[in-house]
Design a protein around this ligand. Sequence first.
Ligand code: SF4
Length: 235
Amino acid sequence: MSASLPISETFTSIQGEGKLTGVPSFFVRVSGCNLRCRWCDTPYASWNPEGDRVAADELVERARASGVGHAVLTGGEPMIFDEIAPLSAGLRAAGLHVTIETAGTVWREVGCDLMSLSPKLANSTPTDDPRDQDGVWAARHEERRIDLVALQRLLDADRDRQLKFVVTGPDDLGEVEGLLAQLRGWNPGDVILMPEGVTTPDPASVAWVVEACAARGWRYGNRLHIRLFGNRRGT
Ligand code: SF4
């Protein structure tokens, strides 16, 4: 492999979200995204992408040296980079379980063990955001945030998957259900509702999320890394 990718950070921590919550993992955060979520918790990989290009071979070596058995390719948006496929292949060849975390707007042929899809709801659009004075990103984001063809192709591959939705209020439930109704190949246990925010929520404020999950067989999405480390980089 000689490919390289823009990388904002790599680190070893525990997976804080989704089906593999608590699993020690080596994280590769690519820098760059085709969306601009209003509440993005990694603006240094989207709104203001930082970092240098790092060779895929070097990233595999860092993962191997970390000593953990899981790698997470996250961002930013990993799927906009051609080099993500050889990087994932290299990590798997080194014996690591690979999760790709993506908003699901881009399809490409890539091998992984868990495809973690996080389709962005209307609550993510940065309307009247001071970082987007002319509204260019709000329009672009709204146009790009859901691609049913890409989502379905990503779901069709023979591998584990999860569908994580960041929710801000009960009004989001209809949008989640409407989207799921247009997709095949998922089970209720693959669906995760994650309350928006970068602090541990007050239980009363998320009771509606618990109720919605219990009624549908979905999962409540915790953010264990926030609980353990707070909202800081490298965790
Ligand atoms: S898709 Fe992810 S990285 Fe990109 S702006 Fe949204 S939350 Fe941030």
